[in-house]
Design a protein around this ligand. Structure first.
Ligand code: DGY
Length: 342
């Protein structure tokens, strides 16, 4: 799909994105916008090289794509200056390779904070109250009357919530959960792992909620009833939640992951779910997306959704707009909003 065919700068989006604001702002600034409408969900490196072609000023890409040396080299050969991920996470982007080719990289922080935190809170509540299991039961026609023991779950009020990765999203989640827990300090426990924004808040003496800072992540795992994971994925957080750490958690704990799949060792998790039927998880992300590790889909104590934490209309339009602004910024020499290099 091509917009403004005679535009001076060629900007490619590897996927259609919500809304038209992002397209309009590129067009207004003399860009020809090309949107890939291939049916295939995940584009290969070869597909993207073909999209980049011989002349391309900037690309808006997705977290499912492998933006490494090969793609940045291709973009550089086509005269490209900018790439933006339409995501806040950029573990799919080799920023060093982009720097090597002089290509600016952008991401989309901020606009997805509350939306993502809302999904983490929804999964926490849904897991606590077994909403998905109960829904399946109704639809299967199995409900034949009220029973004292039917789908008994956990009351969250007064429980301890743990946040691992207390950055923008983790802090927003904590704020939401604090209302649900009707908690006074110190019901909300933060781990010692802070995102960069968490450090920023701390450096500025701000505390987003009344919070008790745990002395270690292991304390959070041991003591919290509901734990939500919000770290970035890098070498230090790969399989952060492994067999040993799962074993230290409460038998009836709830674990929520809206960050990146590989933060949890999913094979170990499936085994833990099998051994501990009262342990529940709410997962938005998976180790080998779009696949789930064998056995996970059969577990009644797991709620699984397809990486939709940022999927509100407002947020997705905001992400698309921000991604377009990032690319345009570099082409036109404006400052880049979301820039992991800064
Ligand atoms: C992100 O932005 O990193 C999410 O995973 C997708 O919205």
């Amino acid at each position: 799909e091509v917009w403004n065919p005679n535009g001076k700068y060629r900007v490619v989006s590897t996927k259609p994105m919500p809304g038209t604001r992002w397209i309009n702002l590129l067009i207004e600034q003399d860009c020809r916008v090309e949107i890939c409408t291939q049916k295939k969900t995940i584009l290969s490196v070869e597909d993207i090289i073909a999209l980049i072609g011989d002349k391309c000023d900037g690309v808006i890409g997705q977290l499912t794509e492998d933006w490494g040396e090969t793609l940045f080299a291709a973009l550089s050969r086509a005269g490209g200056k900018a790439f933006s991920n339409m995501a806040v996470g950029y573990n799919n982007v080799d920023v060093n390779a982009a720097n090597k080719y002089g290509i600016a990289v952008g991401n989309t922080p901020g606009v997805l904070t509350e939306t993502t935190a809302e999904l983490a809170a929804s999964l926490s509540l849904a897991a606590a109250r077994r909403i998905v299991e109960a829904d399946e039961f109704m639809r299967a026609g199995l409900y034949d009357g009220w029973l004292p023991n039917l789908f008994v779950g956990n009351l969250l009020k007064g429980q301890t919530v743990g946040v691992i990765g207390a950055g923008r999203i983790g802090s927003a989640y904590a704020r939401m959960m604090q209302v649900i827990l009707l908690s006074k300090s110190p019901d909300v426990v933060f781990s010692s792992i802070l995102g960069t924004y968490g450090q920023f808040l701390k450096a500025n003496g701000e505390q987003p909620v009344t919070w008790k800072r745990a002395s270690s992540m292991d304390e959070v795992l041991r003591e919290a009833d509901v734990i939500s994971l919000h770290p970035v994925l890098d070498k230090t957080t790969y399989h952060l939640i492994n067999k040993e750490r799962l074993a230290t958690m409460k038998k009836e704990a709830i674990l929520v992951n809206c960050s990146r799949g590989p933060v949890i060792d999913e094979v170990a998790l499936v085994e833990h779910l099998k051994q501990n039927p009262m342990f529940r998880v709410g997962l938005d992300v998976f180790e080998d997306e779009p696949y789930m590790k064998p056995g996970l889909s059969e577990m009644k104590n797991a709620i699984v959704v397809p990486h939709i934490a940022s999927a509100s209309k407002w947020t997705r339009e905001g992400m698309a707009t921000l991604a377009a602004l990032n690319v345009l910024g570099k082409i036109k020499g404006y400052p880049i909003w979301g820039n992991p290099n800064q």
